[in-house]
Design a protein around this ligand. Structure first.
Ligand SMILES: CSCCC(=O)C(=O)COP(=O)(O)O
Ligand SMILES: [Mg+2]
Length: 228
């Protein structure tokens, strides 16, 4: 029996276009200011230091780091330091009302129903936990943070590696087969299945590369009883 549902964000609860056409450009336009003018801020400095460590260049200056960050953004690299910086920049955007987090219409009713059935709900995204809470806290469906009891980002491990799913199951204190992972990316689902989780691939658009997992176009097509 499924006791927890863990969901990806981009391409699963939320439109890829919101992430790539709204969030990423917003962060990109503000990265230079953050790296050059706010480098000594208490939350920026550790992120820049983590980036130096990540790239193995302890002496990298602001320009060097900016070049690396632009490169990471161009290739959509899930760098923890980049994700931390993006989350900090997006905070201003959400708070100023520059945008709201996109959430598909079918998501909230289904998550609410599962929660009422006693199923624990969590998020696992490459976006930082702060970025996840910002998106759901300032969503176009209102503040949805009450839905989720757990948030995981790449600090628990990379989404295409099964060790991350083992670590999440340990934190949830649940057997792997009692956890259902929802994602649009079959490589992430492969890693979850390797860890013993149940999986379902969301096909939100025709561009999704298909894997060997059960599929749904919307959350209300998912029946937990089918995943025993
Ligand atoms: C938390 S919203 C921003 C999402 C993001 O930065 C990203 O890289 C998408 O990652 P996901 O694991 O949700 O596909
Ligand atoms: Mg995704």
């Amino acid at each position: 029996m499924i006791q927890a549902v863990i969901t990806d964000i981009e391409g699963t609860t939320s439109d890829i276009r919101f992430v790539h056409e709204v969030l990423f450009p917003y962060a990109r336009q503000r990265l230079a200011e953050v790296v050059h003018r706010r480098a000594n801020d208490s939350e920026i400095a550790p992120a820049l230091q983590a980036l130096r460590t990540e790239i193995g260049r302890p002496d990298a200056d602001g320009d060097d780091l900016l070049t690396v960050l632009y490169g990471f953004m161009a290739e959509d690299r899930k760098s923890p330091a980049l994700k931390t910086l993006q989350g900090i920049i997006w905070r201003d955007g959400y708070r100023q009302g520059d945008f709201f987090g996109h959430v598909y219409d079918d998501v909230v009713p289904q998550l609410t129903a599962w929660r009422r059935q006693g199923v624990a709900l969590g998020v696992y995204s490459s976006g930082s936990v702060e970025a996840q809470q910002l998106l759901f806290g300032h969503s176009d469906k209102g503040d949805l943070r009450w839905l989720f009891s757990h948030y995981f980002d790449t600090r628990v491990g990379a989404k295409r590696q099964s060790a991350a799913y083992q670590a999440i199951a340990a934190e949830l204190a649940l057997p792997p087969a009692a956890i259902l992972f929802l994602s649009d990316i079959y490589q992430e689902l492969d890693a979850a299945r390797d860890a013993g989780w149940r999986t379902c691939q969301l096909i939100r658009n025709d561009h999704c590369a298909s894997g060997s997992h059960p599929q749904a176009r919307r959350f209300d097509e998912i029946t937990l009883q089918e995943f025993v």
